[in-house]
Design a protein around this ligand. Structure first.
Ligand SMILES: *Cc1c(COP(=O)(O)O)cnc(C)c1O
Length: 398
């Protein structure tokens, strides 16, 4: 049965999710599902995972009261969950270590994955180096040209970067390419998806690996304030950092939950945004039924966001479900608002946020002044912005 937190036996969250695969991928994905069903109940596996989170990632990440930002905006007190302080600078390392450990437990020698901007690729190459696994990252050739530093990082970490020349030569094509290699060589290989997307069990498994964020935030806020937050805010690309924060609070009706997606340059123009929850329609992509940005023939739209980690034409199925049942609200923020929020956090708190995380900050900045000083917002600061400074400097005309 579907609850707010768990999919049903077939991997559906209401009408979304499931496992929609070509025949040659059915057995390999079923093998992952069976291995995960065992591992998640195995205390030794969980203990090894948690030890890595503590000693390698540096968890728990702090929950920081942003007093200067709060004073500047006037209204609700804003806490930042500092995933930017994790090793590799974002939340993605949480699920990459989980997937790497599961691969090793299954006796696989190699991790394979897609990457868009390279953030998932770098985090996975990191986990592979640590765990003694080979790593092959598929990346669109356009993205390779745009994200040179991340390509160098992956190669330094020992990963092999495979340029993808098909289709639009971006993220979606990289996913297709990695899937097809996995289909032909799954005996040795584990497919390590980079968000709460793809066929069951990935949306549930990646969420479980990220749910540490919300468990920590809940305990930290209870210790500091003696109560739950009024509002949670997180950016949504595929939706992993958002579900990471939200999961521990889904049953707390008093907590209002916002997912923030990119309105880009123009929400009314196809190709100028990546606002799947706002503009998407039900469809099937990458092995799941979910909301998709697509035309009438099911061709996915090109997408744009100032934050390359958010430009995906679909979204995790649990988000589509949480929207449908009204448990979470999804809003969009433009590139321009994102740049404002990015600069605001730099100046008020001395923290350079990722452009992805700046989407969440922008929405918090919108609503904080409408709330009382006794109310609390927790924003998931999913990553640090060092990777974005050249791009931001160019946008600001520096
Ligand atoms: C990849 C990324 C995101 C978006 O991915 P989700 O799966 O939606 O969390 C957000 N923030 C940062 C810093 C990222 O690297």
């Amino acid at each position: 049965m579907t609850s707010l937190t768990n999919a049903d036996e077939a991997g559906f969250f209401g009408n979304h999710g499931g496992r929609f695969l070509p025949p040659q991928l059915e057995a390999p994905i079923a093998e992952v599902a069976a291995a995960w069903a065992e591992a998640r109940r195995d205390p030794d596996f969980q203990a090894e995972y948690e030890a890595l989170l503590a000693d390698y990632v540096g968890r728990p990440s702090p929950l920081f009261l942003a007093e200067n930002l709060t004073r500047h905006l006037g209204g609700a007190r804003i806490y930042l969950k500092r995933e930017d302080l994790n090793h590799t600078g974002a939340h993605k390392i949480n699920h990459c270590l989980g997937e790497g450990l599961l691969a090793r437990r299954m006796g696989k020698r190699r991790l394979i994955a897609e990457t868009g901007a390279g953030q998932h690729g770098v985090a996975l190459a990191t986990a592979a180096a640590l765990l003694g696994l080979e790593c092959e990252i598929h990346m669109g050739s356009i993205d390779i040209a745009k994200q040179r530093p991340n390509v160098v990082r992956m190669e330094l970490l020992g990963a092999k970067v495979i340029p993808v020349e098909s289709g639009g030569r971006c993220l979606k094509d990289a996913v297709d390419s990695a899937f097809s290699v996995f289909a032909s060589d799954h005996h040795d290989t584990f497919f390590a998806i980079g968000s709460v997307v793809g066929p069951d069990p990935y949306p549930s498994m990646i969420r479980d690996f990220q749910a540490i964020i919300g468990r920590e935030a809940r305990a930290q806020l209870l210790a500091k304030e003696g109560r739950l937050p009024d509002v949670l805010v997180a950016s949504v690309g595929g939706g992993s950092n958002a579900l990471g924060l939200f999961t521990a609070f889904l049953e707390d009706d008093s907590v209002r939950i916002f997912g923030v997606e990119p309105a880009g340059k123009d929400l009314d123009v196809v190709g100028e945004h990546a606002a799947t929850m706002t503009m998407g329609t039900p469809g099937t992509l990458h092995g799941m039924r979910t909301l998709v940005l697509q035309d009438d023939d099911g061709e996915t739209w090109p997408v744009h966001s100032i934050a390359s980690g958010l430009d995906y034409p679909a979204v995790g199925p649990q988000h589509a479900f949480l929207k449908e049942v009204g448990r979470a609200e999804y809003v969009s923020v433009s590139d321009a608002e994102t740049l404002e929020a990015f600069q605001l956090l730099c100046r008020t708190e001395g923290i350079i946020p990722a452009l992805e995380s700046s989407h969440a900050l922008a929405h918090a900045a919108r609503i904080a002044p409408t709330m009382g000083a006794d109310e609390i917002i927790v924003v998931n600061l999913s990553g640090r912005g060092d990777k974005d400074i050249d791009y931001v400097a160019e946008k600001l005309g520096r």
